[in-house]
Write a protein of this length. Sequence first.
Length: 365
Amino acid sequence: MSIDFDIRLSDHRVSADERERLLEKPGFGQVFTDHMITIRWDTEHGWHDARLEPYAPLSLDPATAVFHYAQELFEGLKAYRRADGSIAAFRPQANAARFNASCERMAMPPIPEETFVRSLELLVDTDRDWVPAQEGHSLYLRPFIIATQRGLGVNSPSSSYLFIVIASPSAAYFTGGIKPVSVWLSEEYTRAAPGGTGAAKCGGNYAAAFVAQAQAVQEGCDQVVWLDANEHRWVEEMGGMNLFFVYGSGADARVVTPSLTGTLLPGITRDSLLKLAPDLGIPAAEGRISTDQWREGNASGELTEVFACGTAAVITPVGRVKSARDEWLVGSGEPGPVTMRLREELVGIQYGDRPDPYGWIYKLA
Ligand SMILES: *Cc1c(COP(=O)(O)O)cnc(C)c1O
């Protein structure tokens, strides 16, 4: 049975002129729509009090659990204005499933998939004028859940939670077109260790990552690459994106992405590319890639391209790699043909310019 939403429309919506002005140059995650979804959970009632309500600040007691022990997690997906005029999301059920897998790891209550998806539909349908029409722009959807119990005890998880969905019209994540990024191999810091929360999309993973990202910038790089916690050798992820390695070229090209060892975030873009690439004649596999193999592969020419993938930036080429000891280019340092082909195909499916034989597209409005 689906939960009923109490609809409380805003009586101070942003004017059409102001909205158009904001949509011209929205940036990423800076502008928010007129409404939000809130649903409460507590041990007594389960999920209840579902609302569509005006976007507004929250009022929380300073002793609320989330502020102290970071029991919080989130999702990220996009609503696209498509060629046929409809608005659609890409695999929202996969986000619901991952949200619930993250909930399990963080001792939080799972939310029924249909309630999760209904929340997105209701918010996007209500705020559909905020879905950008500009090429490459989209409405970024951010479902999240926070622990709301008041008190500082640490012996058990919170007994109450608040699920929220907000929406942000956004431009491309990385500005300046498809520019390759440079990466810093972080041997000092780790994102995730075996048995930890690396596979859960929790804010705590990001809180612990900023210092490494700042170090990458200090080293003149755009992004940090995470290595395994034990040996600092095996490549895991780049910032908040998964990585793919392209071997060979032309008809002999194939791609490899690091296996999901429990310390990697199972990206939906990653999963989609593992299905899409073979259908385009590019064999795809999961495996293990060490920093030495990366270095040697680029030196010998066997490794031709590297790219990162995730919802926000879709596919981003990696052009240059730097470690504490050395520095090298990936191929010519320019975006490679396999990277660009996969990007074009995936974006084509998302915006409706290509057919979707996979059933990935879900109409929201
Ligand atoms: C969200 C995220 C990804 C990418 O996942 P997508 O579902 O493809 O957006 C990769 N790594 C980390 C750490 C993430 O948080």
